[in-house]
Design a protein. Structure first.
Length: 387
């Protein structure tokens, strides 16, 4: 099978022929239709993080495809012919306190897809049946791939932020992850301010529901957000610690910074005095659970989200990486196809017009307690109805 393989952290990925894997017990073999390119894949391929993948390996944690074969033992309801997604959480033990309290993303024995397990930058890959997630009919595979990481990660971050209709939510970095964070924050009914250095991304964010946009290269985002009253929640998907520090300083009293992005530079400076007196909190949010991804797919199937994406052949993965790094990628998300057939490219869903910034709030909808997104009972919630 064809695969994009990392042999060295200082070299481009190699497109080569490797053996097709066999599914082991409770595993499934998936024929990959699409796999999104995430910034995490770039960090993995370059060995940027303190814990590095074991070489050689195949990246990709947004794989979507069709189950070809199943291994021995319990297949957890997964059968050949089903279309599934293979998310970052490739395996969790299912036995520890984290797994048994709905926090499997914190499992200390987890295996990350495309990092500790070979991922979706290939024609075939193997996943654990308990951890693949079925993709509903009606969702294009090229949409499902970005939702499998960028979608579920930012959806979970909005949950962690506790955003509600009275809040101002600032999203720092509105590229691949951030353009979805803007949409999920808008669904809560919150006012949303998008911050980025890329003007085109900011225009996309405005079209997708941002009430305010701030070009961080032209004005001070901290001052701009404070002029709006300060953010009750700031979600940073950015790739540099300075954006996290700006997001923290933009918070209103009692506000919360949700750290999502994982910059190669692994430290940020935060003031103790202002944190204590302002009652501020800083929390990390790592991807999302199996249930979170099911909810993300459900929202997309209902037409609540839009993916800004471009499809390219897997053969062009190195050019795609460079385009992401230098900011010339044509859309927020790039989706790779191991088998490139031009007439099979799936057109992305488009909005016919910009989302109106005025919100009418439905308190019984997705973000209501017990709803699709389901905020805790002590928070108000609901769904935005766009007019």
């Amino acid at each position: 099978m064809k695969a994009a393989v990392v042999h060295r952290f200082d070299q481009p990925l190699a497109i080569e022929d490797v053996p097709t894997p066999e599914p082991g017990p409770e595993q499934v073999l998936v024929r990959i239709e699409t796999c999104g390119l995430c910034h995490t894949d770039i960090h993995a391929a370059r060995g940027d993080w303190p814990i590095k993948p074991q070489l050689p390996f195949i990246p990709g944690h947004e794989g979507v495809g069709v189950v070809e074969r199943v291994g021995a033992g319990n297949t957890h309801g997964i059968e050949p012919g089903m279309r599934v997604a293979l998310p970052w959480l490739g395996y969790a033990c299912g036995d520890c306190a984290y797994c048994n309290s709905g926090r499997e993303t914190l499992c200390e024995r987890q295996l990350a897809m495309g990092y500790m397990m070979n991922g979706g930058f290939a024609e075939y890959t193997v996943g654990y049946a308990r951890h693949v997630v079925r993709v509903p009919d009606g969702i294009a595979s090229a949409d499902a791939s970005p939702l499998t990481c960028a979608g579920v990660t930012t959806y979970k971050a909005v949950k962690v932020a506790g955003a509600s209709s009275a809040d101002l939510v600032a999203v720092f970095g509105v590229g691949g992850l951030g353009h979805l964070a803007v949409q999920y924050a808008a669904i809560t009914g919150a006012r949303v301010v998008a911050v980025d250095l890329n003007g085109a991304r900011l225009e996309t964010a405005r079209r997708l529901g941002a009430d305010h946009v701030v070009h961080a290269g032209e004005e001070d985002p901290v001052a701009a957000i404070r002029a709006l009253g300060g953010a009750q929640a700031a979600i940073s998907t950015a790739v540099h610690p300075s954006a996290f520090e700006q997001a923290f300083r933009s918070l209103a009293r009692g506000g919360r910074l949700v750290c999502v992005g994982l910059p190669a530079e692994n430290e940020m400076r935060l003031p103790i005095f202002e944190t204590v007196l302002g009652g501020l909190s800083v929390v990390g949010s790592i991807v999302g659970t199996h249930l979170d991804l099911e909810e993300v797919f459900a929202l997309h199937a209902r037409g609540k989200t839009v993916i800004e994406r471009t499809e390219v052949p897997l053969d062009d993965v190195n050019d795609a990486i460079e385009a992401v790094l230098d900011g010339t990628a044509g859309t927020a998300r790039t989706v790779l196809r191991p088998v490139w057939v031009a007439d099979q490219i799936e057109p992305p869903r488009r909005l016919d017009h910009a989302v109106e910034p005025a919100h009418e709030f439905d308190p019984t909808g997705a973000f209501a307690p017990g709803g699709v997104i389901g905020l805790p009972a002590h928070r108000s919630g609901g769904t935005v109805v766009r007019r």
